[in-house]
Design a protein around this ligand. Structure first.
Ligand code: PEP
Ligand code: MG
Length: 571
């Protein structure tokens, strides 16, 4: 039995499937003249295999892909079949007497370099195509096992060193029962995605990809942070019983899902849902959310090859707004960067991506993104009770600029006689200490605040939220983070502003009373956590939660805070 950090509740039983991300090792070695034909043959076999694989992926995804994506697959095949490409490789093998993989690698790098030199988006995309196709071709020449998530046949538990948020978003839930990774952070977007998909997940496991083998029978008990490898029958039966109780309890809590989040002494707060995509909408009703407190629109921009255009965005927003007609919906402009990469935007490699070109900084610099997104939101606004929220704000100038842009787009739409909602409320996420220190000034500019503890914790403590090496230092219960949260709430109330929390901290049942006592007006979380949090609020007194908050805010160390909360470990 091994353990790690449980990031998304639930228990899964199934066979292990290992995802190996192998580094491609190219053979630099020279070959003898007599082996030329053998090397050319290796190239041809790899080429044939690669073309077949791409055709198969295209075929499997026929119904899911757009015309544009189909063209990309076709262009990949064309590159592989290109006569000049083939000839250059064969020429190198013959003249320079080098291995097929070395020759392919050389030609691919040369082509990527040439395309990258041309300052034009079309050629940048071609460089990406060559890179993609080149890697696949090399792996096939070297006989690496290429695993495509589309090929998964049986129900499995994925075991991997790491998973990116976009890979997680792509998982086929009919086949994937849960996942275990070696890396990751509790508030990384992969973990957030796992919650949103209701997939049991444990991260931060030591060497799991070496310990677990393909087809091992696994019990992934994310409720208890335990992973059983080929357990005996009595363990299987025991955990199955435990799972039945867990499912029963969950259903029982759901019965009260539509009751208000009101304490025994009459203090009411709001409970909203965090959503990542259209798939999450069904959970809003299922778990009794009073609206959407955070719609992470960046997932609309992932797993595709170009920016979503205005019509595509309107379609998605309209769908969400219509499904939640009267409930408030806070739509956050896209928050790309950090751990959420978008290959087609060709980001430069940054040493500190979380401190770099991320979220609102990209929207402000990449005008087309902001303009199209705000315009789409406005054009869909008549269909729901929408509010707009901006992520990762650090300066007042940013909000001046964003409001100015929004006003311009409103004017433009008015002139075109388009119907849009009037006086849409504007809010910002408080995720940086700089924003937290300026609540008074921001209060003059915006209607509401939402505390993003996932980032606020990392920026306050200078601890990368996804870095395993410093994960023991990442804790929103750290007294400095709690003091900042309290300051944000108090300052927001001083200027009569509504303040909620949409970081993962808001869904932690161990701190619900603490946050309530600190004066938070609203909690926004992954829907499946709502019944439990409501249950805690409904069964306690506000008066007592205030006492608890006062006591905790007097503590100077994390250890003392944990003692006060009577917990030994946070998550
Ligand atoms: C946060 O930082 O707390 C937040 C909700 O935003 P995200 O997790 O998407 O960065
Ligand atoms: Mg954030």
């Amino acid at each position: 039995m091994i353990s790690g950090t449980s990031v998304s509740k639930g228990i899964a039983f199934g066979k292990a499937l290992l995802l190996k991300d192998e580094k491609i090792l190219i053979n630099k070695k020279n070959i003898l003249k007599k082996n030329i034909d053998k090397e050319i043959q290796r190239f041809y076999i790899g080429q044939k295999k690669t073309i077949e694989q791409i055709k198969k992926i295209k075929e499997i995804n026929k119904k899911k892909i757009s015309k544009k994506e189909e063209e990309i697959f076709n262009s990949h095949i064309m590159i592989l079949e290109d006569y000049e490409f083939e000839n250059e490789i064969i020429y190198l093998i013959k003249k320079k007497l080098i291995t097929a993989d070395y020759a392919v690698n050389k030609i691919i790098n040369k082509q990527i370099k040439t395309f990258k030199k041309i300052k034009n988006n079309y050629f940048k995309e071609r460089a990406n195509d060559i890179n993609d196709i080149g890697k696949r071709l090399l792996k096939n020449i070297l006989n690496y096992n290429i695993l495509n998530l589309n090929y998964i046949k049986d129900k499995v538990i994925l075991i991997s060193k790491d998973l990116t948020p976009s890979e997680t978003a792509q998982l086929d839930l009919k086949k994937v029962l849960g996942f275990i990774t070696e890396l990751g952070g509790i508030t990384s977007h992969t973990s957030i995605m796992a919650k949103s998909l209701e997939l049991p997940a444990i991260i931060n496991t030591y060497n799991v990809t070496k310990i677990i083998k393909n087809n091992d029978y696994i019990i992934l008990d994310a409720n208890d942070n335990k992973i059983y490898i080929n357990p005996d029958l009595s363990t299987i039966n025991l955990i199955k019983k435990k799972n039945n109780i867990y499912i029963k309890d969950k259903k029982k809590l759901q019965k009260n899902k539509n009751l208000p989040a009101i304490t025994l002494d009459g203090h009411k707060v709001s409970i909203f849902a965090n959503i990542c995509n259209l798939h999450d909408i069904k959970f809003i009703k299922k778990y009794g959310a009073e609206g959407i407190g955070l719609y992470r629109t960046e997932f609309l921009f992932m797993n595709r090859d170009n920016l979503p255009n205005i019509n595509e965005q309107i379609k998605s927003y309209k769908y969400i707004f219509k499904k939640n007609k009267d409930n408030p919906i806070i739509i956050r402009t896209m928050d790309i960067g950090g751990d959420k990469n978008i290959p087609y935007l060709n980001f430069l490699k940054e040493d500190n991506p979380f401190l770099g070109w991320r979220a609102i900084r990209i929207s402000i610099d990449y005008k087309e993104i902001l303009y199209n997104q705000l315009k789409s939101i406005l054009l869909a606004s008549i269909y729901g009770n929408v509010k707009i929220m901006f992520p990762m704000i650090t300066t007042i100038e940013e909000i001046y600029y964003l409001k100015y842009e929004l006003k311009n787009i409103e004017e433009e739409l008015k002139i075109k006689k388009k119907k849009i909602k009037k006086n849409i409320k504007i809010g910002i996420m408080i995720e940086t200490p700089s924003a937290a220190m300026m609540i008074k000034e921001f209060a003059k500019e915006v209607d509401f605040f939402s505390i993003g503890t996932n980032d606020l914790t990392q920026y306050t403590l200078a601890v990368d939220r996804g870095n395993k090496l410093v994960s023991h230092l990442y804790n929103p219960l750290n007294p400095s983070v709690l003091k900042i949260i309290k300051k944000i709430i108090d300052d927001a109330h001083k200027y009569n502003k509504y303040v909620s929390m949409c970081g993962e901290f808001a869904s932690d049942e161990k701190v619900t009373l603490l946050l309530l006592g600190m004066g938070l007006d609203g909690f926004s979380m992954n829907s499946s956590y709502i019944p439990q949090i409501k249950n805690i609020i409904r069964n306690n007194k506000y008066k007592d939660s205030k006492k608890l908050a006062n006591l905790i805010l007097k503590q100077n160390t994390l250890k003392d805070i944990l003692n006060c909360l009577k917990i030994n470990k946070f998550k």
